[in-house]
Design a protein around this ligand. Structure first.
Ligand code: COA
Length: 197
């Protein structure tokens, strides 16, 4: 059987791979340059529970713990060998749900070229075909039109609104829920995304 993690997935010049400690400088610069781009969509922790900003070392360490426990696939998106963003399959549950949640971001300089829909397609294909999961979910703020386009391109099913579902940019925000079940997955989404180009 294929190992759960580490996993590397590739489609042409887009590579999904684990974040490494040696990525610190490149990852930190990218995040700093794009702070305003991410801020409205960035998850936060309510003040009373926050113990400050995590260091890069803590971030990598936490991602590794989650991956080792087979609860997460924390990919970095690399385009032409440059770090461009992240895509994380998280909250992987087995037993009677076999479900997971997918989150993503890409830096502004790489946006608008269809890389995120392709990366999500790669992750979904992997989750259904290799991990044999049953359901994958993406939640998006109604105001995030760019991200709504991502799930529209992928053809995910809309399930409605979860009021004040996630703490984003300093407050509890409503989210729209999109999902795909294995029995709705008729073709490789990577092929579907490549045919959109
Ligand atoms: C949402 C996001 C991941 C989309 O990634 P992407 O790789 O650009 O995806 P696409 O190339 O399919 O572009 C999606 C839409 O973004 C819009 N867009 C593209 N480039 C843009 C740019 N430079 N500035 C503003 N909007 C842009 C377009 O409406 C595009 O739809 P179209 O292809 O029909 O024209 C990315 O914009 C992002 O990371 N934003 C900040 C963080 C975030 O929102 N994360 C998701 C939280 S749910």
């Amino acid at each position: 059987m294929a190992p759960f993690w580490p996993v590397v997935l590739q489609q042409d010049n887009l590579v999904l791979r684990p974040l490494k400690l040696r990525d610190k400088k490149e990852w930190t610069k990218l995040r700093q340059r794009n702070q305003n781009w991410f801020q409205p969509w960035e998850s936060t922790v309510p003040d009373e529970f926050s113990d400050g900003k995590a260091s890069f070392y803590q971030i990598v360490k936490n991602l590794r713990i989650e991956a080792k426990a087979q609860r997460s696939l924390p990919f970095v998106m690399e385009i032409d060998k440059k770090i461009a963003g992240q895509i994380t399959v998280a909250n992987i549950n087995y037993g009677s749900t076999r479900s997971a949640y997918i989150g993503y971001w890409i830096a502004e300089e790489f946006a608008g070229k269809g890389y995120t829909p392709l990366a999500v397609a790669m992750a979904i294909d992997h989750c259904f075909e290799v991990l044999k999961l049953h359901r994958l979910e993406i939640t998006i703020r109604p105001e995030n039109l760019k991200s709504l386009r991502v799930v529209e391109k992928l053809g995910l099913r809309s399930e409605g609104l979860r009021p004040k579902y996630l703490h984003i940019d300093g407050d509890w925000r409503d989210h729209l829920v999109f999902a795909i079940n294995k029995d709705e997955y008729n073709e490789s989404l990577v092929l579907k995304m490549k045919n959109l180009k």
